[in-house]
Design a protein around this ligand. Sequence first.
Ligand code: NAD
Length: 459
Amino acid sequence: MTDRYASFVQSAAGRALVKRLGLPDPPRLRRHHPGDPLLAGPALLGAATGGRLAEPITKILTAAGVELADPTGANPQRYGALLFDATGITDSTELRQLYDFFHPQARAVLPSGRVIVLGTPPQECPTPREATAQRALEGLVRSIGKEFGRGTTAQLVYVTRGDGAAAGGPDLSADTHTGLASTVRFILSGRSAYVSGQVIRVGGGAASAPADWDRPLDGQVVLVTGAARGIGAALAKVLARDGAQVVALDIPAAGDALAAVANDIGGTAVQLDLTAPDAPTRLAEHLASRHGRVDVVVHNAGITRDKTLGRMDADRWDQVIDVNLSSQERINDVLLERELIPAGGRIISVSSIAGIAGNRGQTNYATSKAGVIGLVDSLAPALRDRGISVNAVAPGFIETRLTARIPLVVREAGRRMNSLAQGGLPVDVAETIGWLAWPASGAVSGNVVRVCGQSLLGA
Ligand code: NAD
């Protein structure tokens, strides 16, 4: 589905009209193409006094080929990204350092620029004052996401302290360093085009850097459910592009479309209704016999059966909960029980902002999608010792058949009510799931990352 308004505002006539009438102005977003540099311009790196991440972040940026701007700002220029290590802030009175860094540069960020603030998780802070100041970072980042415009996004990354930090040892373990590298690379790149205003936690969990960051999923066996169309089809493509062997699953009725997706990417197709009583065992047997394991499980299949609660028959309720939530639990249970997901494995579910904000006419859907967040919250700590990460993405308004069916006025509102004034594309959800799937992202677990252009819903 195309956003005709967004195309129109890119034309000369469109630009004039948008300016004159003060209409929404969706920018053209920078998206990832293999081989692209991470940024369109140099990165300016700043740090609060006493910060602990300046050295690792400099190493990470240099290794990623990012040009670092003169930190004194003596040669004013336009920046591809502004990064600020705020881990040194231990009291609210020190928050002024954020203003001092960002204020002079607020208009110096290139289109589709990136802002990253690094902090310490408040619950790890030794004093209430430090925890308070670190929690305050969220307000700054979310506001920058709404203010800077022209496709610029802003994220807060909380980085756990290294195990040795209390004993005066390293502040960052090797795994967390790798997880920070994978997260920063994802955020800076065009892969994160439609992700903004997010708080991402990095820490714990084993991670290994890839031999080639352009093929971060090399050799990984990845299962994608609901792969015949929409977000699932985009996912299969992105994961295969990044080096994965993709097992694409969908219902038998979608067999032709599924086969086309699988053939296109050199993957394999599995026709299976996830709600069938024997689906988990059949799937486990297929994965065991063909691959001996599954490194990454992406629970993407989902359905809607909308009605207000008073008009909803029990079938609509049951089907939605079963496809969107219970079937995921049953499959996880069998794959984990049979130890088919090895150490370093990933479980990634697709939730929705409806599961965060709720939605009229979607009590069944919102319940199932909030349940997916509960699954992440409960399973991530339980599987940490097995080296398996569990995360979810929560898409907002994504241009698919699902959203094409929404009545025009509601659809237009859904598209524009976010910081980027446009809907996202299936590839935006796919790229975010791809990053969570990378072996390098093992230190990212228990997160729910919204892919919603910083939607006003549930914010
Ligand atoms: P879609 O309807 O285009 O695709 C869903 C796929 O899942 C279909 O191919 C379908 O056949 C498959 N599927 C459904 N039931 C199945 C079952 N029992 N067994 C196996 N496969 C089954 O939807 P989409 O827009 O691509 O959405 C993908 C996911 O993203 C869903 O979980 C959806 O809830 C979520 N999501 C989408 C949006 C959006 O704006 N499109 C927003 C938030 C969340």
